[in-house]
Design a protein around this ligand. Structure first.
Ligand code: ADP
Ligand code: ADP
Ligand code: ZN
Length: 216
């Protein structure tokens, strides 16, 4: 199989990061994620882009979208060198989807479907490794030793935007801006809707079957 070009869509907490890490590892492709890229650059100066705030931080802490010009540049740069990729966290509105169509083709478009109540539980219980970014959950995906990453021994922390208020706002932002993006891709070649409420292994079984069938 040539290196697949995969887009993974879904609400905050749907399991995109968890599954993308596994896709990247199993298929030997790059995990391109705007969320991680922005978290590493929360205080970069974006004032020359004519934005309301001068850095991504204020947008992210409230759970609002960072301006398109900032994320478009991150994605164009990351995809230009990639030999196969799984793109996670982008596009989040229709304008970003149009930019993406100009930049690359997609073999597979996955959407993870999960109900809102479950998303709130997942996000408020999420813990993330400070060192390597691996996701855990206080109930659904515990590390062997509480507070310590199984992969690298790093400290597990709660993201600043995983509090109840920011979570509710992120889910509203998803409904308003990103749900239309999912509809936009429904007729795209390689589109597959996945039941994201299964166990992580159950979700993975459906995802790997979809990629093997469509990019094989
Ligand atoms: P996203 O990247 O879509 O925001 P994550 O992959 O970070 O989602 O998952 C959100 C939270 O839900 C994490 O705490 C993760 O451990 C947990 N999680 C991921 N997949 C599942 C699943 N299939 N069942 C239960 N919890 C899950
Ligand atoms: P989640 O796990 O909730 O899906 P991410 O880690 O993907 O969240 O994104 C965290 C935050 O980074 C978002 O709430 C938003 O502020 C910003 N962000 C990430 N991707 C984008 C994007 N494509 N467009 C605008 N803002 C983005
Ligand atoms: Zn780690």
């Amino acid at each position: 199989m040539s290196a697949p070009q995969v887009l993974i869509l879904g609400a905050p907490g749907a399991g995109k990061g968890t599954q993308s890490a596994r896709i990247a590892e199993e298929y030997g492709i790059e995990h391109v994620t705007t969320g991680d890229a922005l978290r590493s650059n929360k205080d970069m100066d974006i004032s020359h882009m004519d934005t309301e705030y001068d850095t991504p931080r204020a947008y992210m802490e409230a759970g609002d979208l960072v301006p398109d010009a900032v994320v478009d540049a991150i994605v164009e740069e990351a995809l230009s060198g990639a030999e196969g990729f799984v793109l996670d966290g982008y596009p989040r509105n229709l304008a970003q989807a149009e930019t993406l169509a100009d930049v690359t083709d997609l073999d597979v478009v996955l959407v993870l479907e999960v109900a809102r109540e479950e998303l709130i539980e997942r996000l408020t219980g999420r813990r993330v490794c400070e060192g390597c970014g691996t996701n855990y959950h206080v109930e659904f995906d515990r590390p062997e030793e509480a507070g310590v990453c199984d992969e690298c021994g790093g400290e597990l922390i709660q993201r600043e935007d995983d509090n109840r208020e920011a979570v509710e706002n992120r889910l509203d932002v998803f409904e308003e801006n990103t749900a239309p993006v999912v509809e936009h891709y429904r007729d795209h070649e390689g589109f597959v809707a996945i039941d994201g409420e299964q166990s992580p292994d159950g979700v993975w079984a459906d995802i790997s079957a979809a990629i093997d069938e469509r990019a094989g």
